[in-house]
Design a protein around this ligand. Structure first.
Ligand code: ATP
Ligand code: MG
Length: 384
């Protein structure tokens, strides 16, 4: 009996197919997903390729979105996502998500929507001016539907997603108190290491982001990674190797920290035993950016090489990858369908599924007819 009542622990997360995945995605969320999958930490795990969400700011660029669905899927598989343990699916293939989005839209005010800090900062980057697509503005609501449609409790994501998950939890709460308890309130799972929560771009900008183009992609080849690293932004006050430098806010050191490079100090001769030692030397002066960058390129390439090999294998059987997504989308729809039905039941709009309600209404009509007939008979008797 106890078991029947137990709410399953469900992880859900996803990415927009607006480009290949980059190392910010990896340290911010993907690495954690693979670890959680391997630990068997959840009853159910879902990873969604958010193509509908990508269309909210790419409606005129369908080819970009379509082409990147497969790229993102390849990145997942290359990074170690196992489709036998995780349901990998495509957002647009699960119509219940749009159904729930509509119901949730009535539970959120316009002013709450435009106050969402992630939406605000993303609007600033995208420069829509007066022409903001309604779908873009409302995507926090559809994202809430993506999460709640699976009864997800945990969302591994980067820091930029915190306001989104908060809003999804608010919507769950509002639904539960307006109708009936259906949705658990989801929580974000941020990386333990603060630097991984928002990895900066190679240009030193606050966030590595596909839309900005300051990324090192998981599928970049070794030479490209080296080239990108060698031209990375570092400490602008550190002009010559002998100058004292700053490690704080320096993306080269932030990447080293994010990738947890201590074991690489044994593999690659830097003359230092740990990152702390290397940082101390950089701050004191006497360590050039080129040496640190070469080490970073080594660390990144060492981590990315097994993914490149795996990706190449999947790239040679694209039909299999689509089959994985198709099967995942079918499974995802099955789950979302059962939760959408629970939502309709809670709202009382389960017109066709609720036999008891139909019987009750039938009885009410019967009673009304009987009363009307009785009254008509009474009037007739009175001769009126
Ligand atoms: P877009 O610019 O199209 O929004 P994006 O690069 O921001 O793309 P998303 O698909 O929006 O990527 O984000 C997917 C996931 O990766 C989210 O959980 C997000 O928090 C995380 N993420 C994205 N960029 C970073 C980053 N630079 N550092 C840490 N996590 C990140
Ligand atoms: Mg984003």
């Amino acid at each position: 009996m106890e078991d029947e009542k137990k709410i399953p622990s469900v992880m859900l997360t996803g990415d927009r197919p607006t480009g290949k995945l980059h190392i910010g995605h990896y340290v911010g969320s993907l690495r954690e997903r693979v670890a959680l999958q391997n630990e068997g930490a959840f009853d159910e795990m879902y990873i969604m390729i958010a193509d509908t969400q990508a269309l909210t700011d790419n409606a005129g660029n369908i080819q970009k979105v379509r082409d990147n669905v497969i790229e993102v899927a390849l990145d997942y598989l290359a990074a170690g996502i196992d489709p036998t343990k995780v349901t990998l699916f495509v957002q647009s293939r699960v119509p219940e998500l749009f159904e729930l989005t509509c119901y949730f839209m009535d539970l959120v005010t316009y002013s709450r929507l435009v106050r969402n800090p992630t939406v605000k900062s993303e609007l600033a980057v995208r420069e829509f001016g007066e022409s903001i697509p309604v779908g873009f503005l409302t995507y926090p609501i559809s994202q809430a539907a993506d999460i709640l449609a699976f009864g997800a409790t945990v969302i591994p994501a980067g820091e930029d997603q915190a306001p989104m998950i908060e809003q999804a939890a608010e919507i769950a709460h509002k639904f539960n108190v307006t109708y009936k308890e259906v949705f658990p309130e989801p929580k974000i799972l941020l990386p333990k290491n603060a630097v991984c929560r928002r990895l900066p771009g190679t240009d030193g900008k606050l966030k590595m982001s596909k839309s900005v183009g300051n990324c090192i992609y998981l599928s970049d080849d070794a030479k490209t990674v080296e080239k990108k690293v060698m031209s990375m932004f570092t400490d602008p006050t550190h002009l010559r190797p002998e100058d004292p430098g700053h490690t704080e806010g320096n993306p080269v050191f932030q990447y080293l920290e994010a990738f947890g490079c201590d074991e690489h100090f044994q593999k690659y001769d830097t003359g230092f035993a740990s990152l702390t030692e290397m940082e101390e030397k950089y701050r004191a002066g006497g360590l050039g950016d080129v040496a640190v960058k070469k080490f970073l390129a080594f660390v990144l390439n060492d981590t990315l090489e097994p993914m490149r090999i795996k990706r190449r294998d999947y790239e040679s059987r694209i039909a299999d990858v689509y089959a994985i997504l198709e099967e995942g989308s079918r499974k995802a729809e099955e789950k979302a369908r059962s939760i959408a039905l629970r939502a309709r039941r809670a709202m009382g709009i389960d017109y066709f599924e609720n036999k008891k309600f139909i019987e009750k209404q039938q009885k009410a009509f019967k009673r009304a007819h009987e009363q009307a007939d009785a009254y008509a008979a009474y009037l007739a008797k009175q001769g009126k």
